[in-house]
Write a protein that binds this ligand. Structure first.
Ligand SMILES: *Cc1c(COP(=O)(O)O)cnc(C)c1O
Length: 381
């Protein structure tokens, strides 16, 4: 199999699995227990937290482990909203290309009386800091804008957004699930930041939320006193140890990975651009090195994915197939694409495990698959 859907999930690497295994076997103790098998788990947990903090350039107390990116985004948004409501601030600013883990909580808050401004991303998929400045009002409670987009890989001006927010005392959350390990990230420019393990070779079901000032926010989940009482529940020790190891490895190999993937991205982009009626979605430069997203005129993205799957190649499309619907992606529509153009898109995403042979395999099959699908629909360009 040629796996080119790393924005959907990534395989667990050997170093991560090995780091986790002891905590799934003999190290099964509850980290809140006082006897030795429990204390060992607590020590592993503390070490993992310290490692994550070191990688992010913050203190261990700023890190809250969660069940993944979705939970982190929900907590950041609902906690920020509760804090805001307490002081009567009811305005939220976001972008029009956020992940559903951000879009849906905001939709609920809108129903509860908050006003949400969704910044445009123009045809390159990037928000403008000047638009943010113009949207800010004295009523603005917080801003949530992703660091990098999951569909088109575009990189948002997080430092600029952070500077505007800090100047005006507005809380700033960023979903950095796709960005982490794929681009430099500075926690100094944000107040909260979401990460997910399974997008960086750790297991599914573990993630974290960085919070600059945890004391200023209400608890995320109520129960026991774990994680300073902010996110109750017995910690997923093995998953957290795996996440920490994955973050360590990602930070260590980041620059090497970026250089390698940039070359692959440019090669794929150059070759696919030669196909008639192919068009790159999102900014060609200001995007993750791991992401390529193309629309193919006259082709159904879903059909193309199935064709590639027959050849053992896994990529994904711009329609929300996860929900079983064929609604075109809100991200591609936000770029100004028509429904047909959005439905004709395919996303190719790489990881540090991707090889030149994988790309050879993709490029050997893709042009003829596009031709075949057009032929079947009687379309010639
Ligand atoms: C995958 C993803 C999420 C959700 O993370 P989970 O760990 O799967 O819940 C959130 N935001 C972005 C940008 C993502 O790519």
């Amino acid at each position: 199999m040629i796996y080119l859907d790393n924005a959907a999930t990534t395989p667990i690497t050997d170093n991560v699995l090995e780091a986790m295994l002891p905590w799934l076997k003999e190290g099964f103790g509850n980290p809140s227990s006082v006897y030795s098998v429990g204390r060992k788990s607590a020590i592993a947990l503390n070490k993992a937290r310290a490692l994550c903090a070191e990688v992010l350039g913050c203190q261990p107390k700023n890190i809250f482990f969660t069940s993944g990116g979705t939970e982190s985004d929900n907590h950041a948004i609902f906690a920020a909203a509760e804090k805001a409501r307490a002081v009567g601030k009811m305005h939220i600013i976001t972008s029009s290309v956020e992940h559903h883990a951000v879009l849906e909580p905001l939709r609920v808050l809108e129903k509860k009386g908050f006003r949400v401004t969704r910044l445009p991303v123009y045809d390159n998929g990037i928000v403008r800091v000047s638009d943010l400045e113009a949207a800010v009002t004295p009523d603005t409670a917080f801003v949530t804008v992703m660091a990098a987009n999951n569909e088109i890989g575009t990189i948002q001006p997080i430092d600029g957004i952070g500077a505007v927010c800090r100047e005006r005392g507005i809380l700033f959350h960023t979903d950095a699930v796709q960005a982490f390990g794929n681009m430099p990230l500075d926690t100094n420019s944000v107040d909260m930041l979401s990460l997910s393990g399974h997008k960086l070779h750790a297991p599914k079901g573990v993630g974290l939320l960085y919070v600059r000032e945890p004391a200023s926010l209400p608890p995320f989940i109520l129960g026991g006193s774990q994680q300073s009482g902010k996110r109750a529940g017995t910690e997923n020790v093995a998953g957290i140890v795996g996440l920490a190891e994955a973050m360590r490895a990602a930070a260590e190999g980041a620059e090497e990975k970026r250089v390698k993937l940039l070359a692959m991205r440019e090669r794929i982009t150059r070759e696919i651009s030669k196909i008639k009626g192919a068009r790159l979605n999102g900014d060609p430069e200001r995007r993750l090195a791991s992401n390529v997203n193309f629309s193919f005129e006259g082709v159904e993205g879903e059909a193309l994915i199935l064709q590639l799957d027959l050849a053992g190649i896994a990529v994904s499309s711009g329609s929300a197939c996860t929900s079983g619907s064929l609604d075109p992606s809100h991200v591609l529509l936000a770029l100004g694409l028509s429904h047909d153009e959005a439905r004709s898109s395919v996303r190719i995403t790489m990881s540090d495990l991707t090889t030149d042979e994988d790309i050879d395999g993709l490029l050997a099959v893709l042009p003829s698959a596009v031709d075949k699908l057009r032929y079947l629909r009687g379309i010639s360009l």
